[in-house]
Ligand binder design. Structure first.
Ligand SMILES: [Ca+2]
Ligand SMILES: [Ca+2]
Length: 416
């Protein structure tokens, strides 16, 4: 009897833990504090562009969403049972490349298993979702917008999108003469000569691989190492600084010369000039740093508690580099998971202007009427309704054209 009870309890525990792993919390919208609202208001009109990111707010399996770079106009681009994340906006702003799980819930911890993921591309309005690479993760664009770079566990490839021709550019096990090396988030320098890589698996560090000299320059610990727009800077997450309730975390940046990091982080600590962002206060567990294409803005995600990239309540921030830290504006207000922002500056191509989702606007309107809403939310709502009205007008015009054509077709024979 005891054994039976034990087996039952074990089965229940197993079922619970399996259930707990099936997705991220969807959470609920929250209001800005007075200080947050002030920083958000100050951001308005200062930056034109869009931010794509991955969120669980409407779907525990994460969709890709898009918003204006000042935090307004947030709306979903994807809506699938698969996990969609790591969006990267094309250099011309017309498309988004992203990771999609092959089936249902797959945690970000499994990014090192390429057999669980494919790379997809869609237009910036969410249309034309197309699979571009099988069994791959960490897809990024080359500056020409015609080639992508991606990872398959221990190997890095480039692929010409038109011909689908793949070229292996780095084999981690051979390069480091070590089995089980994982090449995570390989970011190619703008000149194509270097790869900034986060090593995982049997090695654990960040650094730069020189593709011509076949040599490695270690950056340090941490993860998510990447280049600025002209390759003159490297930036990454480091396990130091304030950290919310989880491990310490801050964003560092370094000068880069010939692909090599100039300032060193080590025994003597961290030079002051390489500290880029370490928010004061609780929400300081920073990850997913991304510099804008002009190098002037930093967007990132941070939690005030917990660490898991795809489960905890990360919120996104925008900051104009060099301005006082108080001007860092929180641009998402939702207790669901918000991760991996990418920023593109400019005016989104007119033909691909995002249209608000009807159900989303309806829900927002109902919530605003029921509970009152902040000015920022009302602004967002009004803009969403405007976009919806435009879309309905366009549809009505199309239908009127069709009706007139149909009537014309009937009237012509009648008049004869
Ligand atoms: Ca921090
Ligand atoms: Ca959040």
């Amino acid at each position: 009897m005891k054994m039976k009870k034990f087996a039952l309890v074990s089965a229940f525990a197993l079922a619970c833990s399996a259930y707990a792993q099936q997705g991220a919390p969807t959470g609920a919208a929250v209001d800005p504090t007075a200080d947050e609202q002030k920083a958000l208001d100050a951001l308005k009109g200062k930056v034109e562009g869009v931010i794509a990111w991955s969120t669980s707010r409407a779907n525990s399996h994460h969709d890709i969403w898009l918003m204006n770079a000042d935090g307004t106009g947030a709306h979903a681009l994807t809506n699938s049972d698969n996990v969609d994340w790591f969006p990267r906006i094309a250099p011309d702003g017309s498309k988004v490349l992203f990771n999609r799980s092959k089936g249902g819930w797959v945690p970000e911890n499994d990014a090192n298993y390429p057999e669980k993921w494919d790379l997809w591309v869609m237009d910036i309005d969410g249309s034309n979702q197309t699979k571009v690479v099988e069994n791959a993760t960490w897809g990024t664009w080359r500056p020409d917008g015609k080639t992508i770079v991606f990872s398959r566990a221990g190997k890095v490839f480039t692929m010409d999108i038109a011909s689908k021709a793949e070229t292996m550019v780095l084999d981690g096990e051979k390069a480091f003469n070590k089995s089980g090396v994982i090449l995570q988030e390989p970011n190619m320098s703008p000149d194509g000569k270097h790869l900034a890589i986060t090593l995982r698996g049997s090695m654990r560090e960040t650094g730069v691989w020189d593709l011509e000299k076949n040599s490695w320059t270690k950056s340090g610990d941490g993860c998510q190492i990447d280049w600025n727009f002209d390759g003159s800077k490297l930036y990454r997450v480091n396990p130091t600084g304030n950290g919310g309730t989880a491990a310490p975390s801050e964003i560092l940046w370094f000068s880069a010369k010939d692909g090599k990091q100039v300032e060193k982080v080590g025994f003597f600590g961290i030079p002051k000039n390489v500290r880029l962002m370490d928010l004061p206060g609780r929400r300081s567990h920073e990850y997913f740093p991304r510099l804008s294409p002009d190098g002037k803005w930093l967007v990132w995600g941070a939690t005030d508690k917990g660490h898991d990239h795809d489960m905890f309540d990360y919120e996104l921030y925008m900051w104009k580099i060099g301005e006082p830290v108080e001007t860092a504006a929180r641009i998402t207000y939702h207790s669901g998971n918000d991760r991996w922002p990418d920023i593109w500056l400019g005016k989104v191509p007119e033909t691909a202007k995002p249209v608000a989702n009807v159900a989303e606007v309806k829900a927002q309107a109902a919530a605003a009427i029921a509970g009152g809403a902040s000015d920022a939310k009302m602004d967002e709502l009004i803009k969403a309704i405007d976009r919806l009205t435009d879309a309905v007008n366009a549809l009505t015009r199309t239908q009127m054209d069709k009706n007139m054509a149909a009537e014309g077709a009937e009237h012509i024979p009648a008049a004869q």
